[in-house]
Design a protein around this ligand. Structure first.
Ligand code: NAD
Length: 371
C-alpha cells in the first residue's frame, strides 16, 4: 500500500511537470526571410566528427561565399561539445556551449559520443529538450524506384518524454506515454506545411490508435483536425504494424509521400526506411523547432575507425545531406538543390570507410567540382 502511495505521489509530480511543459510549447516561429543575418553554428563533435565536419564546412564556405562576404550568413564555430570537455564538466552539453548554440539560428552538429553506463545523458537528448526541437525530419529517396518519402517524427513527447521516469514496483514496472494537444498540433502542422510547400498530395498518419486509445487516439484525431486546413491534400491513416510491412511492399510503397508519426514509431520506421535506401549512414537528419533547428548525420562518432587509422576514410555523405537540409531550411533553396544533385551524382562513389575507398577529402574534392 505504501509503495502504491509513493507511486501515486510520483505520478502526481510527473503530471505537474508535464502541465508546466505544456505552458511553454507555443512559441513564435522564426522567419528566415526577414532575418538580416543567419548564424550557422558548427560543432565538430567526437571521433570522426571533426573529419567529416571539415568537409561540410568546405562545402558551406564554397556555396555561401558571397553571402558570407556580405555578412548575410555567419558560420560560427561552437566550442566545447567534445566528450573530454563534457566528462570533465559532468554536463551532457556544457552551459557555455549551450549558450553559444542558442546564439545561433541553426546548428550543424557532428556525432557525439555517449559514454556507456554512468549517468551522462546523450547530448542529443539534452539538445532536443533545451532547444525544443519537436520535429525530427528525415527524407528518404530512391529515384530509380520512384520512392520520395519525408518522415515527420514527433521528437519531444510519446514514450520518450518520461522515458527515464517510470515506476518500479515489486514484480511490476510502469512507464508513461504523453501526447499533448499542442505538441501534436505543431508536428501535424509541420508535416502538412511541408506537403503544401512542396506540392505533395498525400500525408499518411501512422499510429497504433486501435490499442493506445488515449494517446495515439488523440494524435490521430488532432492530425485529422489539422488536415481540414489543407483540403488539397489527401490524408490517410495507418497502423504502425502494417506500415512497416507497406515500406517493404514494392507494389505500393512508392505511392506514399509524407508521413507523420508519434516519437517511438517514427524512431523505428525511419531506420527501416533509411535501410531500404541503402543503409542508415546514407540519410541526413534534421531536428526542428520554432526557434532553432539542428542538422546532423544519422551515424555516430565511429571511434573504432580512428583506432584502426581509418578516420580519414569516413564517409561525409550523411553530414553533407544534413548540410543540404540546413540550406533548404534557411531558404537557400538553390544551393540546397545544387548540393543534393551533386550528392546524387557522386553517391555511388562515396568512400566506403575502408582504406580501399576514397578519403573524405578526396570525395569532397570530386563533389565540389559539381557545385
Ligand atoms: P556508429 O554510427 O558510430 O558506427 C556504426 C558502424 O558504422 C561502425 O562500424 C562505423 O565504423 C560505421 N560508420 C559510422 N559512420 C561512418 C562513416 N561516416 N563512414 C564510414 N563508416 C561509418 O555507431 P556506434 O558505434 O554504435 O556508436 C559510436 C558512438 O557514437 C557512441 O558513443 C554512440 O553513443 C554515438 N552516437 C552518436 C550519435 C549522434 O551524435 N547523433 C548517433 C549514434 C551514435
Amino acid at each position: 500500500m505504501e509503495q502504491i502511495d509513493q507511486a501515486l505521489s510520483h505520478f502526481r509530480s510527473l503530471l505537474e511537470e508535464q502541465f508546466r511543459r505544456l505552458e511553454t510549447l507555443e512559441k513564435p516561429k522564426k522567419d528566415f526571410a526577414t532575418l538580416q543575418t543567419v548564424t550557422v553554428g558548427i560543432a565538430p563533435g567526437d571521433g570522426i566528427g571533426p573529419i567529416i565536419m571539415e568537409q561540410a564546412t568546405r562545402v558551406l564556405e564554397h556555396l555561401l561565399q558571397q553571402e558570407i562576404a556580405d555578412g548575410r550568413v555567419v558560420l560560427k564555430p561552437i566550442t566545447g561539445l567534445t566528450i573530454e570537455n563534457r566528462l570533465a564538466l559532468g554536463q551532457s552539453v556544457p552551459a557555455d556551449t549551450l549558450a553559444q548554440i542558442k546564439s545561433c539560428d541553426v546548428f550543424l552538429k557532428g556525432p557525439t559520443t555517449t559514454p556507456k553506463g554512468g549517468t551522462m545523458e546523450s547530448a542529443n537528448v539534452t539538445l532536443r529538450r533545451e532547444l525544443d526541437l519537436y520535429a525530427n525530419v528525415r527524407p528518404v529517396s530512391i529515384p530509380e524506384q520512384g520512392i520520395d518519402w519525408m518522415f515527420y517524427r514527433e521528437n519531444t513527447e510519446g514514450e520518450y518524454v518520461l522515458g527515464s521516469k517510470g515506476i518500479d514496483l515489486p514484480g511490476m514496472a510502469v512507464d508513461f506515454k504523453v501526447t499533448t494537444d499542442a505538441g501534436t498540433r505543431r508536428i501535424a502542422r509541420a508535416a502538412f506545411d511541408y506537403a503544401r510547400r512542396n506540392g505533395k498530395t498525400r500525408v499518411s498518419v501512422v499510429t497504433k490508435a486501435n490499442i493506445m486509445k488515449k494517446t495515439d487516439g488523440k494524435f490521430s484525431a488532432i492530425c485529422q483536425e489539422i488536415a481540414k486546413e489543407y483540403p488539397e491534400i489527401t490524408t490517410d491513416e495507418w497502423y504502425i504494424d502494417i506500415m512497416t510491412a507497406n515500406l517493404v511492399n514494392e507494389q505500393i510503397r512508392s505511392s506514399f509521400q509524407v508521413f507523420v508519426l508519434p516519437n517511438l514509431y517514427g524512431d523505428i520506421i525511419t531506420d527501416e526506411a533509411a535501410q531500404i535506401q541503402g543503409g542508415i549512414g546514407t540519410a541526413g537528419s534534421a531536428n526542428m523547432g520554432d526557434q532553432y533547428a539542428m542538422f546532423e548525420a544519422i551515424h555516430g562518432s565511429a571511434p573504432r575507425m580512428l583506432e584502426e587509422g581509418l578516420g580519414d576514410y569516413a564517409n561525409p555523405a550523411s553530414i553533407l545531406k544534413a548540410t543540404a537540409m540546413l540550406l533548404r531550411h534557411i531558404g537557400r533553396i538553390q544551393y540546397a538543390e545544387k548540393l543534393e544533385n551533386a550528392l546524387q551524382q557522386t553517391g555511388d562513389r562515396a568512400p566506403t570507410g575502408t582504406a580501399e575507398g576514397m578519403t573524405a577529402a578526396q570525395y569532397t574534392d570530386m563533389l565540389m567540382k559539381l557545385l
